[in-house]
Design a protein around this ligand. Structure first.
Ligand SMILES: Cc1cc2nc3c(=O)[nH]c(=O)nc-3n(C[C@H](O)[C@H](O)[C@H](O)COP(=O)(O)O)c2cc1C
Length: 212
């Protein structure tokens, strides 16, 4: 089993990265070989609509745009599982997540009929956000549920999401103009809830990376 872990957030050692490191440990706990990729260390854009992936005679399930993301897409499509993590920015996953999502799904999409991709890649999604869990479970479901459904449709595997809500965005709130947040509540969430979120990320990695 091969599991690719993608950090589609810009910060290392912060909430999303920590969640993904646990998911990676979970995957390794069931014997998967893992690779961790920091998307924001790479040079890439969203889909450029070159349509090379739709040319007659082209090898399918391949993104032909020459930048750092195409080899990542190749790795994902030849893996058994991918776990992608992103903070929520303005009610959606990051621009980097979106770029990967567009190019990964579009190169498996057929304008002739059923999607081209016939193998199966399980997809784990890890989201972190300032918002409370209730907001994640209600208002974000339109956007995130749509992403889950697309991954089900294009990559044919199991798709599951875990989230860390009410995260600590900064270490020391007293240094920032962030009056909307109660630093004590954030610290409590970090100490009491975040360890449970990390455990859920570990379980996600283990579950989706387990050989059938
Ligand atoms: C540009 C930007 C936009 C954000 N927008 C939202 C948002 O719409 N909803 C939310 O709950 N949190 C939002 N956040 C907060 C982050 O999602 C949250 O702090 C997250 O846990 C950060 O992940 P990280 O620690 O891995 O960087 C935003 C943060 C930034 C930098």
């Amino acid at each position: 089993m091969k599991t690719v872990i993608i950090n589609a957030g810009p910060r290392k050692n912060w909430n999303t990265d920590l969640m993904l490191r646990e998911a990676q440990k979970g995957a390794e706990s069931v014997g998967a070989e893992t690779e961790y990729i920091d998307l924001y260390s790479l040079n890439f854009t969203g889909c450029r609509s070159c349509l090379a992936c739709k040319l007659k005679g082209a090898q399918r399930n391949r993104c032909y745009w020459k930048d750092d993301l195409s080899p990542v897409i190749e790795k994902i499509l030849s893996a058994d599982c991918v776990i992608i993590g992103s903070p929520i920015y303005l009610g959606e996953p990051t621009a980097g997540f979106r770029a990967l999502f567009e190019r990964l799904c579009f190169c498996t999409l057929s304008y002739d009929g059923d999607p081209y991709f016939e193998d199966k890649v399980n997809v784990g999604l890890v989201f972190t956000m300032n918002a409370p869990r209730q907001y994640f479970e209600t208002s974000l479901q339109n956007v995130l549920g749509g992403i889950e459904n697309s991954f089900r449709r294009f990559l044919n595997g199991e798709v599951e999401t875990v989230a860390a809500c009410a995260t600590m965005q900064v270490d020391d709130y007293s240094r920032y103009s962030m009056g909307r947040f109660d630093p004590e509540e954030r610290r409590k969430s970090r100490e009491e809830q975040f360890p449970k979120d990390l455990a859920a990320a570990f379980d996600l990695g283990a579950k989706l990376s387990k050989a059938e």
